[in-house]
Design a protein around this ligand. Structure first.
Ligand SMILES: NC(=O)c1ccc[n+]([C@@H]2O[C@H](COP(=O)([O-])OP(=O)(O)OC[C@H]3O[C@@H](n4cnc5c(N)ncnc54)[C@H](O)[C@@H]3O)[C@@H](O)[C@H]2O)c1
Length: 371
């Protein structure tokens, strides 16, 4: 698959096997062993074994970072830059990120600033990375406790979606990625939702779908959808915002639950349920569609209750107030208005809630609505 994002082209390959260093070098038009191919592999503690498979004992410089969102910081970026400098990489050097969204965002950012921008290749190893984070060129790190406060738009030249990496991915991470896949299916339309249902309902046994092609097909659909949206709206001034479905609620829940106490995907699934309730309340989401989406999320084992059990701070009213304040301070708020993405007949659309309309929001955060 080939996408053009403004001045950048991204080539995406979906395969079971982990790519080798020579496959990577050939794809970007350089030969392994030639003086021109100077790679640096960037991985974390859990993807180090995949990095080793890629380099296959070749004498390739490699930097292993600590894993997790808490290490998505400037220190990690500096560690990457330091390793690139030590390995004497020039502007024609190739940063090869091997990992999920955290490693991808960090290595992508480092490659966008090293020598004012060097080559960047991404080997995606989490479900969330495969269906979302690896496509579209958003890079960055967290600063002052704010997620992705610093970053750049710098798409990878090549993205490898190596399905076999999922064999070692913990269940919690599979579940997190599946929520983003459900989000994409809601945006794509009901036929994708139906196609995805057997996978979503079998999160614990997802690996058995590696062989029958369904997982491949759903990941490919998600990549095509995201790639298409980003090609139209690289810098998120319009259509790309649809990808935030469920995310305004999810970010509020994540901040209320405390970082690391709930996975991003679990929060997104809960957020999509709230977006359905809001859309229904505003007359934008048809009742039958809301039912279909919520049923899938619930039967896939995600928590749908409101308030969410991990978010409870005092009684329901206190929790709703906390979430409401977090939503109000979200970066998507402009002039007191808050933009939400809610499902519509076949996909989703943006709705703007005025400050004085927050009563509707409070009701949704206070208790689960019968649909
Ligand atoms: N750039 C984008 O467009 C975009 C989009 C969505 C999310 N993100 C970012 O992505 C991040 C979340 O990504 P994530 O969910 O992939 O998290 P992650 O990168 O932290 O990976 C989750 C965990 O799985 C481990 N892991 C990764 N691959 C593995 C494998 N194959 N086997 C065993 N363990 C493995 C990691 O070490 C980590 O502990 C967030 O920081 C978010 O902001 C970016």
């Amino acid at each position: 698959l080939l996408f053009n994002f403004n001045d950048y082209s991204t080539y995406v390959e979906i395969k079971r096997e982990i790519p080798s260093l020579s496959q990577i070098s050939q794809k970007i038009g350089l030969n392994e062993g030639s003086n021109f191919f100077k790679p640096l592999i960037i991985a974390d503690e859990n993807t180090e074994y995949i990095a080793a498979k890629i380099s296959c004992n070749a004498n390739c410089p490699c930097v292993i970072l600590k894993s997790g969102e808490e290490n998505k910081n400037w220190q990690s970026v500096e560690t990457i830059l330091n390793a690139a400098h030590k390995a004497e990489l020039g502007r024609d050097g190739v940063f090869i990120a091997v990992g999920g969204g955290v490693i991808g965002d960090l290595a992508g950012f480092a490659s966008s600033i090293y020598m004012r921008g060097c080559r960047f290749v991404l080997v995606s190893t989490t479900l969330l990375g495969m269906v979302d984070a690896s496509i579209g060129g958003k890079t960055g790190f967290d600063l002052f406790g704010i997620k992705n406060l610093v970053g750049s738009f710098y798409p990878a030249q090549s993205v490898y979606i190596a399905l076999d990496a999922l064999l070692t991915l913990p269940q919690r991470e599979i579940k997190s990625g599946m929520a983003e896949l459900i989000k994409t299916a809601v945006l794509c339309g009901d036929d994708f939702l139906e196609e995805l249902t057997p996978l979503a309902k079998n999160i614990n046994g997802l690996n058995k779908f590696l062989n029958d092609g369904l997982l491949y097909k759903c990941i490919e659909r998600a990549v095509l959808y995201k790639g298409g949206i980003v090609s139209e709206d690289f810098r998120e001034s319009g259509k790309r915002m649809l990808l935030n479905l469920g995310h305004t609620f999810a970010h509020a829940l994540e901040s209320c639950a405390g970082l690391g106490n709930i996975s991003h995907g679990e929060a997104v699934a809960w957020g999509i349920v709230r977006a359905c309730e809001l859309g229904l309340e505003l007359g934008v989401t048809p009742r039958e569609r809301a039912k279909k989406i919520i049923n899938l999320i619930e039967s896939s084992g995600y928590e749908c209750a409101s308030p969410h059990p991990t978010a409870k701070s005092g009684d329901a009213k206190n929790t709703a107030d906390y979430l409401l304040n977090a939503i109000k301070s979200d970066k998507k708020k402009k002039n007191g208005n808050i933009t939400f993405i809610v499902p519509n007949e076949q996909s989703a659309c943006a709705v703007i809630l005025k400050e004085e309309e927050t009563k509707t929001l409070e009701n949704i955060l206070l208790s689960r609505h019968a649909i």
